[in-house]
Design a binder for this molecule. Structure first.
Ligand SMILES: NC(=O)C1=CN([C@@H]2O[C@H](COP(=O)(O)OP(=O)(O)OC[C@H]3O[C@@H](n4cnc5c(N)ncnc54)[C@H](OP(=O)(O)O)[C@@H]3O)[C@@H](O)[C@H]2O)C=CC1
Ligand SMILES: Nc1nc2c(ncn2[C@@H]2O[C@H](COP(=O)(O)O)[C@@H](O)[C@H]2O)c(=O)[nH]1
Length: 327
């Protein structure tokens, strides 16, 4: 690896604008045969998405991935989405029961449009075998496999049949993998994305470490087709979990999928919990993301999302915030 950098080490270089208004810039993306308004998907975590949010996102043209932490609800969830004429997008793990679940879906002819294999260390035979199992029983589902952090892993999962791979081990806001294991892409997630994207022949989802809307544009620049985000989507009015008040301010909890709060026990804990200040309605954030990304496209001198891929960049050795707070 030559250049190692993360989101805040990079600035994209502006090119001459070709639009009269940022509203002319098109942020939509085709991913897995469907077009979505944004190249952004809320993380498939229990404090980020639930059935209600999934319906809201699907009805309004946004991509979503339902989490896998209430496995008994998944069949009814898929049936409900299908009954509404909406895309069904679910997550699975790799344990034995998940093999039976995939077979059950096939037997009932319940075919989710998207299935995400959601595992911490995706470069493993466990994930390769699950990709093959899904492709055998549900060949028409678009399979997203992860998480990985190397070109070798991307190639192996693609060769096993994955339709997209998800890159990011340890850059998440509530992640403690980097601290507890010493491994991962924490601190160099954007460079890892670039490294993996060069090897990929199918779409990549950049997962974790997004702290500002500008990081979405940077992810696209370095090869992401889709960007998975947890912390920026936490704390909304609709977010799962209770709102509580402290010193006159409202908060919501955001915890890791490998935290004791998710697992219900302190075994192989690699995630933590934090409290996020209340952010208001989800739609306001989605609209602001779209406007900011339209602006990014205009700075790229383009009209559509892919134009961001063409811009030059510099590696800024110190933080781009120069000691200032982000907001
Ligand atoms: N993106 C990221 O950086 C990370 C994300 N997570 C999230 O946490 C959740 C739980 O993940 P995960 O623990 O994988 O899921 P599971 O608890 O479902 O474990 C999946 C299987 O993989 C095994 N496993 C887990 N980690 C490893 C490893 N490092 N090497 C070999 N086998 C392993 C587990 O066995 P056993 O438990 O016995 O080892 C289990 O059989 C997921 O939602 C995941 O996305 C967790 C950590 C990092
Ligand atoms: N190491 C861990 N990573 C986790 C855990 N739960 C989720 N995640 C990953 O984080 C991203 C979201 O990152 P953010 O920076 O946008 O907040 C999520 O999509 C997972 O890949 C965990 O317990 N440990």
């Amino acid at each position: 690896m030559d250049n190692v950098f993360d989101y805040e080490d990079i600035q994209l270089i502006p090119a001459k604008s070709v639009v009269k208004s940022r509203s002319e810039c098109d942020t939509s993306v085709n991913f897995g045969g469907h077009t979505f308004k944004l190249p952004v998907v809320p993380a498939n975590m229990q404090t980020i998405i639930d059935e209600k949010i999934a319906i809201f996102l699907a009805e309004n043209g946004y991509f979503y991935i339902m989490h896998r932490f209430q496995p008994e609800k998944r069949i009814d969830f898929i049936k409900d989405m299908k009954a509404r004429g909406l895309i069904a997008s679910i997550s699975v793990g790799v344990k034995e029961a998940e093999y039976d679940f995939v077979k059950e879906l096939a037997e009932e002819n319940l075919v989710p449009e998207y299935i995400t294999i959601d595992i911490a260390h995706g470069h493993s035979n466990a994930v390769i075998e699950m990709i093959q199992h899904i492709k055998k029983h549900l060949p028409n589902s678009f399979v997203i496999a992860g998480n990985v952090g190397t070109p070798d892993a991307v190639r192996e999962l693609e060769n096993a049949g994955a339709d997209a791979t998800k890159v990011g081990i340890g850059p998440g806001k509530v992640c403690i993998t980097k601290i507890k294991t010493g491994f991962g892409t924490g601190g160099w997630q954007l460079a890892a994305l670039r490294w993996c994207a060069k090897a990929a022949s199918k779409p990549i989802i950049a997962d974790g470490g997004i702290r500002t809307h500008g990081d979405i544009a940077k992810s696209v620049r370095f090869g992401a087709s889709m960007v998975m985000i947890g912390s920026l989507f936490a704390g909304h009015e609709e977010s799962p979990g209770e709102t509580f008040e402290k010193d006159g301010k409202c908060f919501k909890e955001y915890f890791g999928s490998a935290s004791e709060f998710q697992k219900g026990e302190r075994k192989n804990v690699e995630g933590k919990k934090m409290y996020v200040e209340h952010k208001g309605p989800l739609i306001d954030t989605l609209i602001e993301m779209e406007q900011d990304l339209q602006s990014s496209i205009s700075y790229a001198g383009g009209r559509k999302l892919q134009d961001i891929r063409k811009v030059d960049y510099v590696i800024v050795k110190n933080s781009i915030f120069n000691g200032d707070k982000v907001y």
